[in-house]
Design a binder for this molecule. Structure first.
Ligand code: TXA
Ligand code: MG
Length: 365
């Protein structure tokens, strides 16, 4: 057999599939050999490494510039991979897996000692696990033949990547490969939860699966105390209880320009206040940007006006948010104001990320 002859003789579709298959096999081989490979998931691009291989996991932390006390999510392609990873899956966790896997839900479970590198769990006795709903991710993990530890594939503190080019912008020259699967779907990271055997589900990080969705499969859904108080205080994290999801305590997703989130009950007054601030910023020489919902877009004049879609379809806001934050950087915007949305459904995750990106800085109108 001459494989190249076989490939040349096929239709373009089959040839593309064969080439993709070869690419995934190669990328899986890089992971199996201890390398780092970025890949698409349904949420954001992840930077993968063999979760059992401490040197490989350390290369992920180094590439990202990530603090070592922030543990990684372990990605699996098949439920059978859970067996070696965790000591127990209670009934609540099982129900959530049945309902939402593969999908944007991460479960924090009791770790089987020694199953993954201690650098993955950052010394905790729990391990965060998820099965991504993305064909390329699932096939890559299967090809690697190991549990794949993967944080979002951005430099620490930057917006998470929703395109392969974002990964390249942040990590080119620092990692061993990127699998380009086009734009990600959800656009925000997975929801991280702890499932109690009493049926109570605690959300440590809001994300692609909403509290309302979780509630259909839980006795009760609660927000981690740190998230709760940050929300009530308008997003400020200072003096709040330490979050149980260590990553939530860092400033994240921040654009280079100064970003503030504007809240208020009356949309016209909010828009007027935003425009007044933009005009003042422009007058002192700032390059101005505004992140707004379609309903109010015509009300704004700024150097860079970006849309989060309609307030009636917050999945668009989730899908666009990180690319928008990066776009402000590309355009050299120095002063950015963002509208807010109700913290219902995906709005909870959108507001969580926006407030993180703003470092908790809120203007109340
Ligand atoms: O959608 C996602 O979850 C993406 C894609 C690539 O899968 N991954 C992602 O990973 O967002 P990362 O590293 O950016 O965020 C992981 C979050 C952090 O907030 C971390 O603190 C938390 O999960 N986490 C990991 N292990 C944990 C554990 N054992 N207990 C509590 N929180 C944990
Ligand atoms: Mg991240």
């Amino acid at each position: 057999w001459d494989v190249s002859v076989l490939i040349d003789g096929t239709t373009p579709e089959v040839q593309a599939r064969l080439e993709a298959e070869q690419g995934l096999a190669e990328a899986g081989g890089v992971l199996a050999a201890g390398g780092t490979v970025a890949f698409p998931t349904e949420t954001v691009y992840g930077l993968g490494a063999d979760a059992r291989n401490t040197a490989a996991v350390e290369a992920v932390f180094a590439a990202k510039g990530r603090p070592s006390d922030n543990p990684l999510i372990v990605h699996i392609a098949d439920l059978s991979q859970l067996e070696g990873l965790v000591t127990e899956v209670n009934g609540t966790a099982r129900r959530l897996m049945d309902a939402f896997w593969p999908g944007p839900l991460t479960l924090v479970l009791p770790a089987a000692p020694g199953a993954v590198s201690p650098r993955v769990t950052a010394g905790l006795d729990t391990v965060a696990v998820r099965m991504p709903a993305h064909d390329i991710a699932l096939r890559l993990i299967a090809a690697a033949g190991c549990p794949v530890a993967a944080p979002s594939a951005n430099r620490s503190g930057r917006p998470s990547p929703t395109l392969a080019s974002h990964v390249g912008d942040d990590l080119a020259g620092r990692i061993d490969g990127i699998v380009d699967g086009g734009p990600t779907g959800v656009g925000l990271e997975s929801t991280v939860v702890v499932a109690g055997d009493d049926g109570i589900v605690t959300v440590l990080r809001p994300g692609g699966i909403t509290a309302e969705q979780l509630a259909r499969h839980a006795a009760d859904v609660r927000l981690d105390a740190a998230l709760q108080s940050a929300a009530e205080a308008g997003g400020r994290d200072e003096d709040m209880p330490a979050p149980r999801s260590p990553g939530m305590k860092y400033t994240h997703y921040a654009p280079r320009g100064a970003l503030r989130v504007v809240t208020g009950a009356a949309p016209e007054r909010v828009a007027a206040a935003i425009q007044a601030e933009l005009d003042a910023a422009k007058a002192r020489g700032e390059v101005t940007g505004v992140l707004a919902f379609d309903e109010h877009l015509p009300l704004y004049r700024a150097d860079c006006v970006l849309s989060l879609g309609s307030l009636t379809a917050l999945e668009t806001a989730a899908h666009r948010l990180y690319a928008a934050l990066r776009r402000f950087d590309d355009d050299g915007v120095t002063f950015i104001l963002a509208e807010s949305c109700p913290r219902e459904g995906l709005g909870a995750a959108v507001m969580n990320r926006l407030l993180k990106a703003a470092g908790g800085k809120v203007i109340k109108v």
